[in-house]
Design a protein around this ligand. Sequence first.
Ligand SMILES: Cc1ncc(COP(=O)(O)O)c(C=O)c1O
Length: 441
Amino acid sequence: MTSVSRRLAEAAERIIPGGVNSATRSIGSPWAWKSAHGATITDMDGVAYTDYHAAFGAILLGHTDERVNDAVTRAIADIDLVGLGTTELEVQAAQLMVDAIPSADMVITTMSGSEATFQAVRLARGTTSRPYILKFQGCFHGSYDALARNVISTPDRAWRRDPNSSGILDDAVDHTLIAEFNDFASVEELFAQYPDQIAAVILEPVPHNVGALLPELSFLQGLRDITRAHGSVLIFDEVITGFRHALGGYQEVCGVMPDLTTFGKAMGNGFPVAGLAGTAELMTNFTPAGGSVMLAGTFNGNAASMAAAIATITVLKDPAVDFYGHVYRLGDRMRTGLQAIADEHGIAARMTGLGSVFIPYFLDGEVRGYRDLLRNNDVAYATFHRRMIDKGSFMYPMALKRNHISLAHTEADIDRTLAQAADVLPAMAREGLFETAKAAV
Ligand SMILES: Cc1ncc(COP(=O)(O)O)c(C=O)c1O
């Protein structure tokens, strides 16, 4: 780390706890950023990286995309936030979202994914008058008390009591039950144990907060059937998968329809906007429609966020742009290329992911659920990402964190990154970094 970045990072540390405004931005090096354009991020010392971190997936078209920025600039020249009634921008954005998301009759917009999942849980509890939520080990749904548990848990705490924070009431933690992804029996057991008490089942349809667990269709269908049979609400948290894997999110890909969908991140290409969509039957339980579930948020529907969402979705829908064709092609090129390098050097690896997301698991055997991820060589995973940063490809240097490709990435970017990996992976193999495979759990 050279001088300018270090000085700014140190100044931040004096007045911002840990020097960052979100815990996972602290990654052991005092990074400070000057600019972000397209697929490139540049630090305060002028060092440029090809960005695969993409702000945890919030950047879908590429950084500071002109189409989005221009739309925001035009919108805020006329209106910012009145905080009464509605605006043309809000109605237009809501229409685009309802049209895009197959299970949506109605939609609300929020400022963050955490607010969206919070609203979804409260709506499910308020509608069913039931206390319990069922989530899956490894899924992350934001910072809300009822959901902040059991994400990347150590083996001794996985599936057991593992809150992500102090300060959460025991009741909030204990009213969220934990099952294993792709293991339908673990869900059936909890429904048998808590009959008529589970308000909602919430999941990332592809758990990207632990890389990419690819869902089995029978598992998702099973969740749809069991929630329907028990009168529980099925919530797909598509904050990462929404708009990224298909315009209609992963539900469009798999054909299984949830009752509620949360989304956010990529929809605003870096501007703060998220939302909750669902059936009219559920969504009309919010207070503005005469229901009993509170809906409030000063900044909800502000002009900048709405304009960003409208512009981003418009680009995603443009056949001339072919966003999905582009990122799926580049994603496949990256996964295939990385796997070939690993195979050539006898490295036990699963270069997996979906579409624009690619993941280098370093393990033997298949990956179905969190149980399998306990075999991942976390040291190799983090080391690979850190050494790729040194080569110029920015990959978040922590085990199980995912990499993202945007519309701004090119085939040349992918090939350059593969050439870098072709140096890094064999060097790691020579150092014996892949020989510490973990025992199966
Ligand atoms: C699947 C999922 N849901 C919800 C959230 C929370 O979103 P936000 O950080 O915008 O509050 C995240 C954030 O990473 C997420 O990955």
